[in-house]
Design a protein around this ligand. Structure first.
Ligand SMILES: Cc1ncc(COP(=O)(O)O)c(C=O)c1O
Length: 458
């Protein structure tokens, strides 16, 4: 059944989640380990079409989360046919034992479309986390140094090495500390740049650090762009001390910021580039590390390998997605539409300066930080009001204080207008203090999010 034939936009006063979502939530709590579910609103998604998703109760939302920045081409894109055709020919070959052309074609495409004027190779995997894992392992093997420099509130994943590399979970107290991972401030001002670089330099001088792992724009920390010049100076410093520069493009990559890779905005050539999420536009779990041949090949055969790595239909899907982004006008339209949306949100900030603290980001990776000093649940409340009016935002940041705006890269101007109109309506309700008790109750009960403050709720 095509659920989207209902085409029911959420009623503004409708309390969410609806009954079927509540049932799904109850089953989630009964059958799924609590680590697998965080929850933004307690609603379960059933279908998607274009830029819209629909929940199990038939409410439709314009999707500004895209499955955590995966579904970059929207929904019902025809890509399932590419998967089906490839799977009909060969659904799996286990690349570790027998190569297949689909994986080779994708590898060549990635190599030819990542920055770096040096011989490159690719390692395939299944998630952003395992790709980060691969990069750190290769760095250690190549440099014979164990320590990694990364940044406070970065998020790099949920596996053995990607967890301690993540400043985010560390601050939350749920990820393990490791003496081999050192987290520095992600500098927001030129003065901070100097100080942080000096601290990193002294870490490099210890002779223990093999590389630096960095998000070009911090994602889960709340769309934080480093101060001008930082990433370039960091690259220079890393080269000076023979440390590798590993760039985590899991969230920023695949056109999200208006270039295929965000690091291209800075003309930096990383040693290793890590991608996942949007690489398959949400159709299949796939990741890749692309980088210096000698670094990638420092890993022994089977040191980073999965039964499903280089899976042929998945590689064909990813090949299509990469080509679609680099060959069409997607990147130009992300830049143009991202700026239009940002300008409109900046206008809203002028109207509601007490609510919106900052609008930031590049392309269609935007964040709107709200002033939560008087109400720690302000962001959830804003997002919930928007949800009732048919917009599905994410929210993240250290204190759940940033509205996450990562829609499909194909977002139209008409859809931008809707995002802005609904945001204005929600801001007005907040400004005029017209939030009903039932909305407050639903926010308290269902809107959890990933911020540190969220833990206090559970
Ligand atoms: C920047 C970044 N790196 C790594 C990861 C981990 O990716 P995955 O959840 O696919 O393992 C994420 C996920 O949110 C991310 O945003």
């Amino acid at each position: 059944m095509d659920l989207l034939t209902h085409k029911r936009i959420t009623d503004k006063n409708q309390l969410l989640p609806g009954p079927k979502s509540k049932q799904a939530l109850a089953e989630t709590q009964e059958y799924i380990g609590r680590s697998n579910y965080v929850g933004l609103y307690g609603i379960a998604i059933a279908a998607g079409n274009g830029s819209y998703i629909q929940d199990v109760d038939g409410h439709r939302y314009l999707d500004c989360l895209t499955g955590a920045s995966c579904n970059i081409l929207g929904y019902n894109t025809g890509l399932e046919q590419i998967y089906a055709d490839a799977a009909k020919t060969l659904q799996h070959s286990c690349f570790p034992y027998a190569p297949n052309q689909a994986a080779l074609d994708l590898a060549k495409l990635l190599i030819n479309n990542t920055p770096g004027h040096y011989p490159k190779k690719v390692l395939f995997g299944l998630s952003g986390s395992d790709a980060v894992e691969a990069a750190i392992q290769a760095m250690r093997k190549y440099t014979r140094r164990f320590a990694v420099v990364s940044f406070k509130y970065d998020y790099h994943g949920s596996t053995g090495l990607s967890q301690p590399a993540s400043g985010f979970g560390l601050e939350k107290g749920i990820f393990p500390h490791s003496k081999y991972f050192r987290h520095f401030d992600f500098p927001g001002s030129p003065r901070q740049v100097e100080q942080v670089l000096a601290e990193i330099k002294s870490a490099f001088q210890s002779g223990l650090v093999g590389g630096v792992l960095v998000e070009p724009i911090q994602g889960d920390a709340g769309v934080i762009t480093p101060a001008a010049g930082f990433l370039t100076s960091l690259r220079q410093l890393a080269s000076q001390y023979n440390c590798l520069y590993m760039v985590d493009e899991v969230q920023t990559g695949m056109g999200r910021t208006g270039k295929l890779w965000a690091i291209e905005h800075y003309n930096i050539e990383p040693d290793l580039l890590i991608t996942a999420k949007g690489l398959s536009a949400g159709y299949v779990p796939i990741s890749a590390v692309i980088g210096r041949q000698e670094v990638i090949d420092s890993l022994e055969p089977a040191q980073h390998v999965f039964t499903y790595s280089g899976h042929p239909p998945s590689c064909r899907v990813a090949q299509y997605v990469v080509n679609k982004i680099i060959q069409g006008d997607t990147l130009d339209s992300v830049t143009r539409n991202g700026q239009i949306l940002k300008n409109k949100l900046l206008k809203l900030q002028k109207i509601f300066p007490n609510i919106i603290k900052e609008v930031r980001g590049t392309g269609l990776m935007l964040g709107m930080e709200l002033n939560i000093s008087a109400n720690p649940e302000l962001t959830q409340t804003f997002c919930y009001l928007c949800l009732q009016r048919g917009i599905f935002f994410g929210y993240f940041g250290i204190n759940n204080n940033v509205v996450r705006i990562e829609p499909p890269l194909t977002l139209s101007e008409q859809e931008i207008a809707k995002v802005v109109e609904v945001s204005r309506e929600a801001l007005l309700i907040i400004a005029e203090n017209r939030i009903s008790d039932s909305v407050k109750g639903a926010v308290k009960k269902y809107c959890v999010g990933i911020g540190i403050a969220a833990d206090k709720k559970s």
